[in-house]
Design a protein around this ligand. Structure first.
Ligand code: ZN
Length: 433
């Protein structure tokens, strides 16, 4: 007798009528009409069962801090960074932990079971690192948290003595200390350094740090409308030089939206050759970029369809939820996928499915998650959606009817069905044709 069998599921790859057999936290078999018995049997009636959502880019140390100590009046990136600078000295470990745990609750309820979060290392106390390492341990039974050492104020630009005059170490030393403490991935922010040359130097230093330690790299890269911000070129070159292919990601890459087409025709093959992946953050890119434009006003998101066409892995991240940069959001990666789809005009059938992959399989690959997917041997981490396929899931921001982690039910939601009281009309609608 097995633990769980899910019957008559549609899968994201298009298969329908599939049973999924689960035992000891793993998927044992997948196929039509499996002749197996289980203690718990759930007939999902043809609805979509998906591996969990994965967020490739987030800031858990800032999430749910909206309004502290004040709101971002202009809504711009730079005011957000300044606001975070005001908030940072007032943070306590307990407050960061509490907010982060609360966000992880939201995530689980949305079927979001893996998050790569950047954590600010420009702090002589490394308070957020300590807090998020604690959160990582505490949520491990139900959510995979991957931490990126993120020097928010620039690895070369930030002087720790600004915050603690007695501090004797550099920003790079603080970042190294965070990695010693157990932070998983090396981050960076080359476009925020003082000069293009400093930006390039920061990419070199940080990639070499990652190479020495055998770690992955994920940099905030070219989050600007300046078409001359070309740090992704350096990131690809350093990835190639150090043999880091498959372990390096460029986040945002918004300058690519504004770059000269001829230059991009050289750049994208360089990224492909080096094995660099990309993460766009549609909700944030569409609200933060193009702020200096009048009209026409640029969208600012990176060139997602073109990167995908070149065979480059592209994921969508949430980036922010109720923090100094963004006052909205609720851990819903289907909202992220829907925004990405619209901003990139990815309305073809395959393109819409690519948008679903950008919040599931692709970020799982970028994070290097083990045992992700719906196949024998994979972890039994599964989400039952109130939709019949990935496109419908995006269209409806479908409710996560059930969420399983290692075969154990960890969240459930009601369907999105509404009751009607209209003469001569049906008494309920479920928004499906
Ligand atoms: Zn970010």
């Amino acid at each position: 007798m097995h633990a769980l069998i899910i019957r008559n599921a549609a899968l994201p790859d298009g298969r329908t009528g599939q049973d999924i057999l689960v035992d000891q936290g793993h998927i044992v078999a997948v196929g039509p009409a499996l002749a197996a018995q289980a203690a718990d049997s759930v007939d999902v009636g043809g609805l979509l069962v998906s591996p969990p959502f994965v967020d490739a880019h987030f800031h858990l140390d800032a999430a749910l801090s909206y309004g502290l100590p004040r709101v971002n009046a202009s809504g711009t990136l730079l005011e957000g960074i300044a606001l975070w600078g005001e908030l940072k000295p007032t943070l306590t470990r307990e407050a960061i932990v509490e907010r982060a745990l609360r966000y992880c609750d939201w995530a689980v309820a949305r079927g979001l079971l893996a998050v790569r979060t950047h954590v600010d290392t420009c702090d002589p106390r490394l308070l957020a690192c300590e807090a998020l390492l604690e959160v990582k341990r505490r949520v491990a039974p139900y959510l995979d948290l991957q931490l990126v050492a993120f020097p928010q104020d620039g690895i070369l630009r930030y002087d720790p003595r600004r915050d603690d005059p007695s501090c004797t170490v550099s920003a790079l030393a603080l970042l190294q200390r965070s990695l010693d403490m157990g932070v998983d991935v090396v981050g960076g922010i080359p476009h925020f350094e003082r000069t293009m040359a400093d930006g390039a130097e920061s990419v070199r230093l940080l990639c070499e740090e990652a190479a020495r330690r055998g770690l992955r790299v994920d940099m905030h890269c070219d989050e600007t409308d300046d078409p001359m911000s070309r740090h992704i070129e350096t990131l690809a070159a350093q990835t190639h030089r150090l043999g880091l292919g498959g372990r390096v990601n460029g986040s945002h890459l918004t300058s690519m939206h504004s770059m000269d087409n001829y230059y991009v025709s050289k750049l994208i093959p360089l990224m492909r050759e080096a094995g660099v992946s990309a993460v766009a953050n549609p909700l944030i890119n569409i609200t933060i970029q193009g702020r200096h434009d009048t009209y026409p006003k640029r969208r600012g998101m990176t060139r997602v369809p073109e990167l995908l066409a070149a065979g480059i892995d592209v994921a969508f991240g949430h980036d922010c939820v109720m923090d100094p940069w963004y006052s909205l959001g609720s851990a819903d990666m289907l909202e992220v996928a829907a925004m990405g789809l619209h901003v990139a005009q990815m309305t073809g059938q395959q393109a819409m499915r690519d948008c679903y992959r950008a919040v599931t399989e692709t970020p799982a690959k970028i994070l290097g998650l083990d045992g992700y997917g719906i196949a024998p041997g994979c972890h039994a981490d599964l989400v039952l959606l109130g939709a019949r396929d990935p496109v419908e899931a995006i269209r409806l921001r479908a409710p996560r009817l059930k969420v399983w982690r290692r075969g154990r039910l960890v969240a459930q939601s009601a369907s999105a069905e509404a009751q009607l009281v209209l003469p001569g009309r049906p008494d309920r609608v479920d928004f499906m044709l």
